[in-house]
Design a protein. Structure first.
Lengths: 194, 97
C-alpha cells in the first residue's frame, strides 16, 4: 500500500468511518461514546444541551443532567435523520443511523480538551467583552479551534446521513440540513420542557 | 517489460460506443466463427463490478457476509449494489434501443 492510499484511508477513517463500520458494531461503539458523555458532563461541568451543542457551565449538580442531555441530543438527531431519509423512501436502518450519529459526536468530546485549557476566566458578558491581551488571543484561538471541531462534527454527521440513507443530490442536502435544524429545535424544546 | 493483465474491451476507443463481438475463435482447433453479436450485460461491467456480482452469488446474496468479507459496512455494500442495479438497468435499456 502506498503512502497516498494510506493517507486516503486514514482520512476516510477520520471523516467517513461509516464506509467501514455499520450494523451492531457501530451501535456498540455509539453506545460507548454516548456513555462517555455522562461522566465527562458530570465531572467536568459540561452540558450537551441540544443536538449540536456543548457548553462549559459553572456546575453540573446531578448525574441525571448529562444522562438526559446525551439521550435527548442522540435520539433527536438519529430520529430526525431517520425520518428525513424515510420521507425520501431511503432503505435506511435504525441500527446504522443510531450508531453513526453517536460516533459522529467524537469531535465534540475531543473539543472539550482545548475548551478547558483555553477558556478565559470570566464571570459575565461584560468581562468577556472587555478581555485584553493574552486572554483575548486565547479566546480567539479557542473560537477557531472550536469551529474546526464543529466542522469536523458536521462532516461526520453529513457522511453518516449520506452513507446510511444513500440519498443523492437535492434530496441528500435537503434531508441533511432539514434534519439537523429540526433535531436542534426539537432537542432544545425538550430541554426547556424538562 | 511490465506484464499487464488483459481486459475485455467493451467500449470503442475511437468513438466511445459499445463494442460488439465480430469473431470468436476456438483455441483448440483454430476454428473461427464470425458474425455480429451483442455483448451480454454482465460482460459490459467493469472487473470490480463483476467481482462484486460473483461475491454476491458466492455469499448467497448475503450483504452482511459480503460486508464482513470486504471489510466494509453493510450500508456501503448495499449502496454499491444499488448503484450496480441502476447501471445494469441503464445497460439493458441501451441494449433494447
Amino acid at each position: 500500500m502506498t503512502l497516498t492510499t494510506e493517507n486516503k484511508r486514514l482520512s476516510m477513517w477520520l471523516f467517513n468511518p461509516f464506509l467501514f463500520v455499520g450494523g451492531e458494531r457501530i451501535l456498540f461503539i455509539g453506545l460507548i461514546i454516548a456513555a462517555v458523555h455522562i461522566p465527562i458532563g458530570y465531572y467536568l461541568d459540561i452540558r450537551f444541551a441540544g443536538a449540536i451543542d456543548m457548553h462549559l457551565v459553572p456546575i453540573v449538580t446531578s448525574w441525571a443532567t448529562p444522562v438526559a442531555d446525551i439521550l435527548i441530543a442522540w435520539v433527536s438527531m438519529a430520529g430526525c435523520m431517520f425520518a428525513a431519509a424515510k420521507l425520501f423512501r431511503s432503505p435506511i436502518r435504525v441500527i446504522d443511523i443510531t450508531g453513526s450519529v453517536a460516533v459522529a459526536r467524537i469531535p465534540l468530546l475531543i473539543s472539550i480538551g482545548p475548551a478547558l485549557l483555553l477558556e478565559p476566566d470570566v464571570q459575565s458578558i461584560e468581562e468577556l467583552l472587555n478581555l485584553q491581551g493574552s486572554e483575548l488571543y486565547q479566546l480567539a484561538a479557542l473560537s477557531v479551534i472550536s469551529m474546526l471541531f464543529l466542522i469536523w462534527y458536521f462532516v461526520l454527521l453529513y457522511n453518516a446521513f449520506k452513507i446510511n440513507s444513500n440519498l443523492k443530490g437535492a434530496r441528500l442536502w435537503i434531508g441533511f440540513i432539514g434534519s439537523v435544524i429540526i433535531a436542534e429545535i426539537v432537542s432544545i424544546m425538550i430541554q426547556r420542557a424538562l | 517489460m511490465e506484464n499487464r493483465e488483459k481486459q475485455l474491451p467493451v467500449t470503442c476507443p475511437s468513438c466511445g460506443g459499445d463494442l460488439n463481438v465480430k469473431v470468436l475463435g476456438c483455441p483448440n482447433c483454430r476454428t473461427e466463427v464470425s458474425g455480429d453479436y451483442d455483448l451480454p450485460v454482465l460482460l459490459r461491467l467493469s472487473k470490480d463490478e463483476v467481482g462484486f456480482v460473483l461475491s454476491f452469488i458466492k455469499n448467497s446474496g448475503s450483504l452482511k457476509e459480503m460486508a464482513n468479507e470486504m471489510g466494509l459496512s453493510y450500508p456501503t455494500v448495499r449502496n454499491y449494489l444499488n448503484e450496480l442495479i441502476e447501471k445494469i438497468g441503464r445497460l439493458e435499456d441501451d441494449s433494447d434501443n
